[in-house]
Design a protein around this ligand. Structure first.
Ligand code: GLN
Ligand code: ZN
Length: 763
């Protein structure tokens, strides 16, 4: 019978126990021992839960107090110099210093950089290396967790991030090539494998997600060298794990590596199944990732059973493992507690615990077990019922999409004409100032919102609080002389949830938490059906805000790609189509805002870049549909209506052409942290429309000075025309406090005024 396992489990706990324990430890309320006890307890609970759900073996060292890449750096003793003194006296404090920085009277240690884990919403800490880097094995955590699991009677498979992926995911502080460190890192990996073998580990899972990315010859050679060295170490049998993409042109390389087993993602990349199974030497284990570790839908037995039957015909029973596509880190833990889901939605979902149960059914079903086969038939019926449900497929939405013409994605005129109409309508000065949308979400505001949610504050009183907050924001912006105002978004908890709650086709879980980084979790909405907008979503608030001022009030929407990217998306329709449905709903909202007299409308797309496929060859088609969706949302307005967009969280240099193709009249874009690195893109590519490179880094409590912002704007003017430059912060201000915001925006307006004099002064 095939072996049932999974690549990793969520760490945070069903009730976010780890989050609570971490935050309480950080605030000094509880001692380290309590945090560590919670961690131990969670590990045991999760292993037991997996075993009870039917797993034959469990991964260990997939747990982390903060992040598994940081754990790997610690495992290899790749601790940057600045944390070493602290590490010598208090390793746990040093660990959290690397994760989140420390600032006290005596120490000031900034954290490591954080970035997205491939195309997920999980963020890892970027190890810092340099050419002189030395490594050493620090196996305490790894061996400790292995012992813990085996002592509790589990068949445990330690997981470590492989050497090539570790180096590729790291950065060097001296510009050297991280892969050049391979010769010094491999002996350390070898000694780790030997230590595991000495503990009695039969298998080790070596995660090499980078093996599914575009690789050059150097990287391929690195893989050969690395695995030859690891194989020579005579450690446990190695399961080489790839996920998130197809092996494709790296297949030959992958099957040539001297490992005992290969894991492939057959959810993201089902088409590789036969090629992998045929290319794999007969003595290898194939670990088939057939259950989606990235999404929450119950799998369709007709798809999975047919994949497994094909595999079973090509691979011997004892060499086939059935597993999740990737670690279950990216899904919530348990569906059992979700009592409030609408209609039949609960019958269609599967969280981490349920997914392991699914794997068991498939293994048993494949072996001909009657009970499993009956259960799979029933599961198939549930999946089929979902496809037929009138909640899921709506004729009105489908027919509207079919009737969509190419004109829908076109503004009436080109930018050159529109800008004239807009100048005339708004009469804005050169270098107009604006902000990105949100103003500080004060304690009072949050309190009012949660009281309202809990039914302790009636809607009328809650809305009075919101209206007062909006008025305060408007008066403030007028007082400091901002040109294009915002209402401040006090009514929004989250930029996706707020819209999702008002759209058909979206649902929300009670406890569907997924780790974003460290103790931070998100609860992504679930797009389960065709998306439609039953009624206007923001018009009331924007119109109210506009009624308070003669200055233009910008309407604020979250764009279709971001609405998609930050949700669990249905798996029965191409993402591109779901995105178009959202775009049409937003198009109606844009239309209603325009009709209500809102002349400037911003459609935020902070997640545009993170949706990029992992393989470059697939970028163009993604960018085409993503840009198209944005243009559908924005395309219906008159020339004199000014469409803005906003982007942040990533670098845009390599997709700037697509950003321009969105054809927004104005884009505000994050740049201040990188001191305007983005501007390099504009020396090679003339960005045509209005653009506001952020001059105020809102991620930091620091208040930038007027001079700094003048400097950044001056640099921007080296590559941008004065008539296209806008002045704004990097992102929304909701996480900041009012005093900083007042000081920073006042300085920003002054900086714009100074530059304006220069620009307008006759030469
Ligand atoms: N309009 C949103 C805000 O200001 C944009 C947030 C974002 O880009 N993440 O909060
Ligand atoms: Zn932003």
């Amino acid at each position: 019978m095939p072996h049932v396992t999974y690549l990793g489990f969520p760490r945070i706990g069903r009730r976010r126990e780890l989050k609570r324990a971490l935050e309480s430890f950080w605030s000094g309320e509880t001692p380290a021992a309590e945090l560590l006890a919670t961690a131990t307890d969670l590990r045991h609970r999760h292993w037991n839960l997996a075993r009870e759900a039917g797993a034959d073996s469990v991964p260990v060292n997939d747990f982390s107090l903060y992040d598994h890449v940081l754990d790997t750096a610690v495992l290899l003793d790749a601790i940057p110099e600045r944390y070493r003194a602290l590490n010598a006296t208090d390793p746990l404090a040093a660990y959290f210093a690397m994760a989140r920085g420390v600032q006290t009277d005596t120490v000031d240690l900034p954290a490591l950089e954080m970035t997205k884990w491939f195309d997920t919403n999980y963020h890892y800490l970027v190890p810092e290396l340099d050419a002189q880097q030395s490594f050493a094995a620090r196996t305490g955590k790894l061996l400790g967790e292995y012992r813990e699991a085996t002592a509790a009677g589990h068949t445990a498979r330690p997981v470590i991030l492989g050497p090539v992926s570790f180096l590729r995911l790291s950065k060097t502080t001296d510009g050297s090539d991280a892969l050049a460190l391979l010769p010094s890192i491999l002996p350390v990996y070898a000694s780790i494998l030997q230590a595991l073998a000495a503990e009695g580990a039969q298998w080790v899972q070596i995660d090499e997600p980078c093996l599914a990315l575009d690789l050059d010859d150097t990287a391929r050679a690195a893989y050969r060298t690395a695995f030859a060295a690891l194989a020579a170490a005579s450690g446990p049998r190695m399961l080489l794990a790839t996920y998130f993409a197809a092996l494709d042109d790296n297949l030959d390389l992958a099957v040539s590596l001297p490992v005992a087993g290969l894991h492939v993602d057959l959810v993201r990349a089902p088409a590789q199944l036969e090629a992998v199974a045929s290319a794999l030497p007969a003595d290898r284990v194939l670990s088939a990732g057939v259950i989606d570790g990235r999404n929450i839908w119950l799998s369709d037995p007709s798809r999975v059973m047919s994949q497994l039957r094909t595999l079973a015909s090509l691979i011997r029973d004892d060499r086939l493992w059935i597993s999740t596509s990737c670690s279950l880190l990216h899904v919530p833990i348990d569906l059992t507690g979700e009592k409030g889901l609408r209609g039949s939605l609960r019958d269609w979902l599967s969280f981490a615990r349920q997914k392991i149960g699914e794997l068991r059914l498939y293994a048993d079903g494949l072996a001909g077990d009657d009970r499993a086969l009956t259960a799979l038939t029933e599961q198939h019926e549930r999946v089929a019922a979902r496809a037929r449900s009138s909640d899921v497929v709506r004729a009105d939405v489908r027919s509207r999409l079919r009737q969509l013409t190419p004109q829908a994605a076109q503004r009436r005129s080109g930018y050159a004409n529109r800008v004239v109409a807009q100048r005339e309508r708004f009469g804005l000065p050169e270098l107009p100032t604006t902000t990105i949308g949100s103003f500080p979400q004060t304690h009072e505001l949050r309190k009012a919102r949660s009281a309202h949610r809990a039914g302790k504050l009636d809607t009328a009183s809650y809305e009075t609080v919101l209206r007062e907050e909006i008025e305060r924001a408007v008066r403030f912006q007028e007082a400091i002389d901002i040109d294009v105002l915002v209402h401040g978004e006090p009514e929004r908890n989250d930029m996706v949830e707020y819209f999702g709650e008002q759209l058909d086709g979206y649902a929300f879980t009670a406890n569907g938490w997924v780790q974003s980084y460290g103790s931070r979790c998100v609860k992504p909405p679930v797009i389960y059906g065709d998306v439609a907008r039953p009624e206007p979503m923001t018009v009331r608030w924007s119109a109210y805000a506009q009624s308070l001022t003669r200055r233009p009030m910008k309407g604020m929407l979250t764009g279709p790609v971001t609405m998609l990217q930050w949700s669990f998306v249905r798996d029965d329709l191409p993402r591109e189509e779901v995105c178009q449905q959202i775009a049409l709903a937003l198009r109606d909202e844009v239309h209603d805002l325009e009709a209500a007299g809102i002349g400037i409308i911003q459609i935020d797309e902070p997640a545009l870049r993170e949706g990029l496929p992992l393989r470059r060859g697939e970028w163009a088609s993604y960018l085409a549909w993503a840009v198209h969706a944005f243009r559908i949302a924005a395309g219906g307005v008159s020339d004199a209506t000014q469409i803005h967009t906003h982007m942040c969280y990533s670098e845009f240099n390599d997709i700037i052409e697509s950003v321009a193709a969105m054809d927004a009249d104005v884009i505000s874009i994050e740049t201040s942290r990188s001191r305007m690195e983005l501007l390099d893109a504009f020396t090679r590519f003339r960005y045509p429309n209005g653009i506001g490179p952020g001059v105020y880094d809102i991620h930091s409590p620091r208040v930038p000075s007027e001079e700094e912002m003048v400097f950044l704007l001056t640099r921007a003017l080296d590559v941008l025309r004065p008539d296209q430059l806008w002045v704004n912060p990097d992102c929304g201000l909701k996480t900041r406090g009012w005093p900083e915001v007042e000081a920073a925006l006042t300085a920003m307006v002054a900086a714009a005024a100074r530059l304006r004099e220069r620009v307008e002064a006759p030469a």
